[in-house]
Design a protein around this ligand. Structure first.
Ligand SMILES: NC(=O)c1ccc[n+]([C@@H]2O[C@H](COP(=O)([O-])OP(=O)(O)OC[C@H]3O[C@@H](n4cnc5c(N)ncnc54)[C@H](OP(=O)(O)O)[C@@H]3O)[C@@H](O)[C@H]2O)c1
Length: 383
């Protein structure tokens, strides 16, 4: 007996429906909804429908915390509905925050730390050990105490979780991943050199003798290119942190204290308060102009360069590089990183492009998040 024969011919026979694949769910908590954290939340929200449709990946932003508040019901319609769309905050407690996200541990959980806090980095090992993935642009863990860095990696191994920190070095640029790929495929790092500060790159690019250095620092400050206190950029510490992260990625046990850092802040201005520093900025002009003119006389330009040499020595300083050097041809706030390796010995591998800004930094964090999702088996997004 044919069942098909009993069906009137004009009714099309539908192909048997395949059960929809169960979406790959990732519960997400964002710590630090500042410039980068807010951009990440906006990018997540925008990408959610597409990723669900095209990659069967269900990203659920479930919780957000800043230094004083936390919101634990971001995607809970019932709670949000009851509060007429308002999101109710409670005092921040990162232990409770992580516990809420992890729930019964049945669904994958990821924390994106978009703060610059050392205290938050102090939680990573516990979270990773409990199976919670961590992605971050926060340099504190990567450049902090070596023992903590090692404990974080050991915890990730033990917890079967992933720790990704691409955006710590070049914001959205693929710097850490490029180095990792080189090493994973059997290459050996000989030397790494680069300009890792968008702020200092901009200042060096603009400093052509037409305007005093102090005027450029004031302009960079008003454009939001510098930290609130420009000494945080001019001291070179932030760049040194990035160099430590790259060195450790290559297997070195470098610590921040071992990096020789030349601060551009004159000794007399190092300890004064921020307002006094801004008022006395022109004290930098004479020494900076002398260096610029000296470089120009030798057909060179000033560039702020971080370097890990072939003997493992790490330094950060202002250098006069030849006008033909790759670092002389950067634009605006470009970062540039040059890897000299066994394979790229004669002609180093260069990564270059905008290395700061909330949008590109958040995209770097998002890329890490998608790498974690990929490792969970989510299909790669084709677009
Ligand atoms: N902006 C860039 O272009 C850029 C580029 C590369 C890397 N990064 C890195 O990205 C991170 C964020 O930078 P940003 O420019 O977005 O900074 P930001 O605007 O100052 O935001 C920092 C956020 O972290 C929160 N926070 C601080 N301490 C915290 C704590 N203990 N617990 C929870 N939250 C805490 C702050 O909350 P409160 O408001 O409560 O203090 C704020 O929401 C930093 O690590 C930075 O180095 C930034």
């Amino acid at each position: 007996v044919s069942i098909v024969a009993d069906i009137p011919q004009r009714i099309p026979i539908a192909a048997p429906k395949r059960a929809a694949a169960t979406p790959c769910v990732l519960n997400i908590g964002v710590i630090g909804p500042g410039k980068v954290g807010s951009a990440l939340i906006a990018q997540l929200r925008e990408a959610q429908p597409r990723l669900r449709r095209e990659a069967n990946l269900d990203l659920r932003l479930r919780a957000v915390a800043d230094s004083r508040h936390m919101w634990l019901d971001c995607d809970d319609d019932a709670l949000n509905g009851r509060a007429h769309g308002a999101q109710i905050w409670r005092p921040a407690d990162l232990g409770e925050f992580a516990g809420y996200l992890r729930g019964d541990g049945m669904q994958p959980t990821l924390l994106a730390d978009c703060s610059a806090s050392d205290a938050v980095a102090g939680h990573y090992a516990d979270w990773l050990g409990a199976g919670i993935h961590v992605v971050t642009p926060n340099k504190r863990a990567g450049s902090g105490p070596l023992s903590r860095w090692q404990a974080i990696h050991a915890a990730a191994d033990a917890g079967g979780s992933r720790f990704q920190y691409e955006a710590t070095v070049g914001a959205g640029l693929p710097v850490v991943q490029t180095l990792r790929d080189l090493l994973d495929t059997g290459d050996r790092l000989i030397e790494v050199e680069g300009m890792f500060s968008g702020t200092l790159a901009w200042l060096c690019n603009q400093f052509d003798g037409k305007r005093p250095f102090s005027e450029l620092v004031r302009e960079a400050h008003s454009l939001g290119y510098t930290e609130p206190d420009p000494r945080d950029d001019l001291s070179g510490t932030d760049v040194a942190r990035k160099l430590v992260i790259l060195a450790r990625e290559a297997g070195s046990q470098l610590s921040l204290a071992e990096v020789e850092v030349e601060s551009l802040v004159p000794q007399a201005l190092a300890e004064v308060d921020r307002d006094e520093f801004m008022a006395r900025l022109d004290e930098m002009d004479t020494p900076m102009e002398a260096r610029r003119a000296g470089a120009m006389a030798n057909r060179r330009v000033l560039r702020h360069v971080a370097r890990l040499d072939r003997d493992g020595r790490a330094s950060v300083n202002l250098q006069a590089v030849p006008e033909t050097h790759a670092f002389a041809h950067t634009r605006l706030t470009d970062n540039i990183v040059q890897f000299t390796t066994r394979r790229y010995r004669d002609n180093p591998l260069i990564v270059q492009g905008p290395g700061a800004g909330p949008e590109v930094t958040a995209a770097g964090v998002f890329t890490d998040l998608l790498r974690v999702a990929g490792s969970m088996g989510a299909r790669r997004c084709a677009c």
